[in-house]
Write a protein that binds this ligand. Structure first.
Ligand code: IMP
Ligand code: MG
Length: 188
């Protein structure tokens, strides 16, 4: 493996870049199959900022016409604790009425974020909503939810960083998925 950026607050590397990108390519195949006969270009929405690396890699593997769009939601603010319900900070640029929509998310944990977003998008009457996630923390739900595609499914609730996932806005550029050493929480 090429020598990577490895800050001291990394506890354990869980998945390396090669494996992540292989799973993302599989996810792209799922979408390629699903939308190969789409009449109108699906709108592929990235939830900023955590999904950016996943989204960038995924969209480069798609072989159908698509439209990029972005939405900014808040759920974790700063550290490891959630503060209140997720809110829409910046809205989409496209009208999604009658369109196939794909939501690309980094992690689904309690599923509060995605369920609020899906409820909001449904009000705009899209033709369909498909959800793909990089990591599914499958036994952490507070709201029932199953993504249409998860690159990785994980039991328990380790706090993950890297490949878009942050701790206090840092670590998003770490090119692998790792656990965070909580001893460093006040030091970064
Ligand atoms: P949910 O609403 O509980 O499903 O939270 C999902 C959001 O929380 C994700 O989009 C992430 O931004 C954030 N999140 C959940 N787990 C982690 C983690 O382990 N590391 C970093 N962010 C996380
Ligand atoms: Mg997120």
């Amino acid at each position: 493996m090429i020598k990577n950026f490895k800050p001291k607050y990394i506890k354990k590397i869980l998945v390396d870049r090669k494996e992540i990108e292989k799973r993302i390519a599989d996810c792209a195949q799922f979408l390629n199959k699903k939308f190969k006969n789409a009449k109108e270009a699906p709108i592929i929405i990235s939830i900023l900022k955590g999904a950016i690396p996943f989204y960038g890699r995924l969209t480069m593997e798609l072989n159908f016409d698509m439209v990029m769009d972005f939405i900014v939601l808040s759920s974790f603010r700063g550290g490891m604790q959630r503060t209140g319900m997720p809110q829409i900070v910046t809205d989409l640029m496209n009208d999604i009425k009658g369109r196939d929509v794909v939501i690309v998310e980094d992690v689904v944990d309690t599923a509060r974020t995605l369920s609020i977003l899906i409820k909001y998008l449904k009000l705009q009457k899209p033709k369909s909503i498909t959800t793909v996630v990089l990591v599914d923390k499958a036994d952490m739900r507070k709201v029932p939810f199953k993504p249409d595609y998860a690159c990785f499914t994980l039991l328990g609730n380790p706090f993950l960083i890297g490949y878009g996932l942050d701790i206090k806005e840092k670590a998003r550029n770490i090119p692998y998925l790792a656990t965070f050493n909580k001893d460093y929480l006040d030091k970064i």
